[in-house]
Design a protein around this ligand. Structure first.
Ligand SMILES: C[S@@+](CC[C@H](N)C(=O)[O-])C[C@H]1O[C@@H](n2cnc3c(N)ncnc32)[C@H](O)[C@@H]1O
Length: 325
């Protein structure tokens, strides 16, 4: 048993007595708060409830044993109930993340968060060629971008990439896939299909580093082209034209994008105009899913050879800015 000390109940007097109740218990019994607690360093969670009192306990304290036990039991129940409730609400909204502990860690986290947002904006406001050149000169920026991106995505209740993976799992594993803007190449690792993973930087040997407006893939060689949150460049129509080139006739184009980019009421593109522009490129819309609050998914089928693509009126897709946390 630990050292015995006396603590006084400052804000919650016993129901039958007006004076505060004096509690006597060891350090071990402070686990009544659901975790080891050192009263010398922090105030207890239940604000101001327990205060340290110098010296040992008196006779009066000994007599009040039963009341103390009741009190402790009551506290135990209340506290564990509170903990349960708070765990539930944090599970519902944000997965519990260990918070940075030191000031330095907080500062580092802010700096990398700031760099992530700068890189994110750069990707949305550059052409594919500019972005390719930028990351070629500084591949470490790509790691920083993806760290920040993963952090942001961990806050989303469901992942658009999982929708794509589910879609592929429901179709033949013999279909060949091209993942345009694959990031870390998770899609290729999650399905049985042959997947050509394309991105500005190859973080491993399975990824082809290129600007996806000009891929090394053969024409009419792919069954499914995937764009998962990757229509980022200012020249995004050229990425879709490239997908059209590499897809076989009758092939499928899957696009998952941030929902706000297709919300005309808030400066986003009109989905109808987007579908029409893709129609001009040679795709017909088979399905569109706006059921998720965070992202939308379009499914298109390649129906004919590309003609007069320059005549398509492409809506501008707004920059997607992640909020500072
Ligand atoms: C938001 S991340 C999504 C990554 C991945 N698709 C996922 O869902 O996890 C977008 C990716 O598209 C890539 N990207 C953007 N423009 C590109 C381009 N012109 N050529 C190749 N990749 C590009 C970025 O480098 C980034 O890795």
């Amino acid at each position: 048993m630990g050292k015995s000390r006396t603590y006084t109940c400052a804000q919650r007097p016993c129901k039958r007595r007006k004076r505060p109740v004096y509690l006597k218990f060891s350090h071990d019994s402070l686990r009544i708060f659901g975790r080891a607690y050192n009263p010398l360093f922090r105030k207890p969670r239940l604000a101001g409830f327990v205060q340290k009192r110098e010296g040992g306990g008196g006779e009066e304290e000994e007599k009040e044993g039963e009341e103390k036990e009741e009190e402790i039991e009551h506290l135990n129940k209340t506290h564990s109930q509170r903990q349960q409730n708070s765990n539930l609400s944090s599970m519902n909204f944000f997965p519990s993340k260990a918070k940075p502990k030191s000031y330095l860690e907080k500062l580092q986290s802010r700096l990398s968060g700031g760099r992530f947002r700068m890189l994110n904006e750069k990707l949305y406001t550059s052409s594919g060629d500019e972005a390719f050149k930028f990351f070629k000169e500084d591949p470490s920026a790509f790691d920083c971008y993806h760290e920040g991106y993963q952090e942001q995505m961990s806050r989303w209740p469901s992942q658009p990439l999982d929708v794509i993976i589910n879609w592929l799992n429901k179709h033949s594993k013999h279909l060949t896939v091209a993942d345009f803007g694959c990031g870390s190449g998770k899609l290729a690792k999650s399905v049985k299909n042959q997947v050509f993973s394309l991105d500005l930087v190859a973080t491993d040997e399975t990824i082809i580093a290129c600007n996806m407006a000009h891929t090394p893939l053969n024409s009419h060689s792919i069954d499914i082209a995937v764009f998962c949150l990757s229509l980022m460049g200012t020249d995004y129509p050229s990425f879709l034209a490239e997908a059209h080139r590499v897809l076989k006739n009758g092939g499928t184009l899957l696009i998952a994008e941030v929902r706000s980019r297709f919300d005309p009421k808030n400066g986003g593109a009109d989905p109808t105009q987007f579908i029409k522009a893709l129609g001009g490129l040679g795709f017909s819309c088979v399905n569109k899913d706006f059921s998720n609050k965070f992202f939308v998914v379009f499914e298109f089928s390649k129906h004919r050879v590309l003609k007069n693509s320059k005549k398509c009126e492409w809506p501008a897709l707004k920059v997607c800015i992640y909020k500072r946390r």
